[in-house]
Design a binder for this molecule. Structure first.
Ligand code: WAQ
Ligand code: MG
Length: 633
């Protein structure tokens, strides 16, 4: 025995939910409970009245139909979804725009509009109510999921399949009136069931249904009778495909777009000549004021000659990590030279300065440590701190009172203080003696990154310790890539420290060693630097000269190192100033967030011992010409 079951829930005269089933008798109790639950716990509200009607039917009057084929349009926006629906209607030969305008009139209706595609007349007997399609169910409705989204789909597909087979019906448009459900569809026997989303924003209760009728006036009665009374079971309902995962590239695209609009977009400029004080860029000569090749050793004939010899003997690449097969005599020789130069017991090469900082901090410090870090420390120090999982305490830039206050506050049982020796974007110098005293007083490791101090600070360019006439910090980090004109980084300190790093520093252990070429180049450059201290003096003279030239032109600058920051502030202005300088043949980097704080964008001049005074004068004039209109002097 078969029954039709109808549920309808309402509150305050308002329809809340409804559902119907065509079921064999044994399933009635269980399905009655399911539908009662659905009525009582609906997202649209608590019902005041639930009607559950169960009527016996004649099974031979049930027509079984195959579900319409399902396809899907996922638009990027509501506008695009409606555009897609409009296009679809047009493709199917309908007067799309007019139909969609009329569709809005279905929003307040309980049922559907029956629209004549020829005359645009409406065939519903009651315009306010509309036509209610009833007497349909899925063949296996008792197996329905409990997910409301999937029910909505199945029930809509059942209704659409029945409707599509009605005499005279050539199409259907539906948008859910559920505020949480933004999907709708177009359906016809020809086109199948085309799900479209999103046809509205979440929270919008405007939904409706419209049937497109093409036929004679006499047949309308037949159509209405079919829709309202014909018993239909729909079989072969496909399971709703899982929604596709979100587009993983979208975040990248939109982030880049944001970066662009903020003037923070970066591109890699390609140089057309070797990195020296004078370069070719964009097919024109430029005075180079943006290279860290401070003592002009990257291109030195003796370095080049040695590299050629080493290349002939050792080829390229080292073939392994330092602890396996990657160590040549050049590696050992350079480490010895570096430690002698820095007057420490030992030294260890890393592949970059970045890896040296990350390696030391993450190896020496762990969750039980506290790292005190200057707020303007280089990114590689920040990353090393993060990787160490130590507690990170940032102290105000160069503010030793703040440092000591924070150490007292934290009372760390173990820890490390870390600072740039010369700050990379401001060019100012760490007050090493006082700073070391604080580290010593509280028993904390002292770590100084001298990347921009080597070859620059101190009578002979030995860096911070020489400049301040102090002992070396516990850990001193340097690079081969700036003053030494090659590539790589290194750490100097006690043999105990270096031995520890050799055994534990992951960025050291798990990297293929630098090639003998890079290492030999740095070794030769270090030899020249030590042999020719005039380079260091010349660089210092150049900095003084350049700063004086700028000051005379009304630009306030100051530097104790080879880095001369020229503060601009606004990101876009900094970029456009550097572009204007390029036009004048001066290559100078604009430094922006995140390298420096927001609103602290600047031009950063990096000087070389090889610059002539004429070139520096010319550059200073160009800078003043461009910047003077920007700033009240
Ligand atoms: N007969 C005629 N019109 C009806 C009926 C019915 N039995 N039930 C609802 N309507 C009309 C009424 O005006 C509603 O405002 C409108 O249709 C929408 O009804 O994921 O949930 O029950 O593929 O909100 C479509 C997408 C969901 C499903 C449809 O319709 C999917 C939906 P709702
Ligand atoms: Mg609804």
């Amino acid at each position: 025995m078969w029954y039709q079951m109808k549920m309808r829930a309402q509150a305050g005269g308002r329809h809340l939910s409804g559902a119907e089933r065509i079921l064999p008798q044994p399933l009635l109790p269980q399905q009655a409970e399911t539908l009662a639950r659905r009525a009582l716990f609906h997202s649209r509200g608590v019902p005041e009245q639930v009607v559950l009607k169960i009527e016996k039917i004649e099974p031979e009057k049930i027509v079984v139909l195959d579900a319409l084929a399902v396809s899907e349009i996922r638009a990027a926006s509501v506008t695009e979804a409606w555009q897609a629906l409009e296009n679809l209607l047009r493709e199917e030969g309908f007067t799309a725009e007019h139909i969609l305008t009329l569709f809005r009139e279905t929003y307040p209706m309980r049922g559907a509009m029956l629209l004549d595609t020829e005359t645009f007349g409406r065939w519903e007997p009651d315009f306010q109510r509309g036509i209610r399609v009833t007497g349909m169910d899925a063949l296996d409705s008792a197996l329905q999921t409990t997910e409301s989204g999937k029910n909505a789909f199945r029930e809509a597909l059942v209704l659409a399949t029945k409707t599509a087979h009605a005499p005279g019906i050539v199409g259907e448009i539906c948008v859910s009136d559920d505020p949480g459900y933004v999907t709708g569809y177009f359906a016809s026997r020809r086109r199948g069931y085309v799900r479209i989303s999103p046809l509205k924003e979440v929270g919008d209760e405007n939904g409706g249904r419209l049937f497109l009728y093409h036929g004679s006036a006499e047949e309308v009665a037949l159509c209405l009778d079919y829709l309202e009374h014909q018993l239909v079971q729909v079989r072969n309902i496909p399971s709703l495909p899982d929604s596709p995962p979100p587009n993983r590239w979208e975040r990248l695209r939109s982030t880049l777009e944001t970066i662009r609009t903020k003037g923070l977009y970066r591109q890699i400029p390609e140089m057309e000549s070797a990195p020296t004080h004078h370069i070719w860029f964009q097919q024109r000569p430029h005075i180079m004021l943006a290279s860290n090749n401070y003592l002009d050793l990257a291109h030195h004939p003796e370095v080049e000659k040695l590299v050629q010899e080493v290349a002939a003997e050792w080829g390229t690449g080292s073939g392994g990590s330092r602890l396996t097969t990657g160590t040549s005599p050049w590696h050992t020789r350079l480490e010895t030279s570096l430690s002698q130069w820095q007057k420490t017991e030992s030294a260890l090469l890393f592949n970059t300065g970045y890896m040296a900082n990350v390696g030391v901090l993450s190896t020496l410090c762990g969750p039980d440590d506290t790292i005190f870090s200057d707020e303007l420390n280089h990114a590689s120090i920040i990353d090393g701190c993060r990787l160490s999982k130590a507690k990170i305490v940032v102290y105000r830039h160069g503010d030793l009172d703040d440092l000591e206050r924070k150490i007292r506050q934290e009372k760390p049982s173990r820890g490390l203080v870390v600072s740039d020796g010369v700050f990379s974007m401001d060019g100012d110098v760490l007050l090493l003696p006082e700073w070391l005293k604080i580290c010593e007083k509280y028993g904390l490791f002292s770590m100084v990154d001298d990347a921009h101090a080597l070859g620059v600070l101190g009578e002979t360019g030995r860096g911070s310790a020489e400049h301040w006439q102090t002992a070396q910090p516990d850990i001193s980090v340097g690079t081969l890539s700036k003053t030494l004109g090659s590539e790589g980084g290194f750490v100097c300190g006690k043999e105990l420290l270096i031995d520890f790093l050799r055994n534990r520093a992951r960025s050291f252990i798990f990297s293929t060693a630098l090639s003998a070429l890079s290492v030999a180049a740095a070794w030769k450059a270090l030899e020249i630097l030590q042999r020719e201290p005039w380079r260091v003096r010349k660089l210092r003279e150049n900095v003084h000269f350049f700063c004086r030239e700028l000051q005379n032109a009304g630009i306030s600058v100051q530097s104790e190192s080879a880095i001369v920051p020229i503060l601009i502030g606004d990101e876009r202005q900094a970029v456009s100033s550097s572009q204007q300088l390029l036009q004048k043949g001066v290559y100078l980097s604009a430094i922006r967030y995140p390298t420096v704080a927001h609103g602290k964008a600047r031009l950063r001049a990096a000087l070389s011992s090889a610059h002539s005074q004429e070139a520096l004068q010319q550059a200073a004039t160009a800078i003043a010409e461009i910047l003077r209109p920007l700033k009240p002097l």
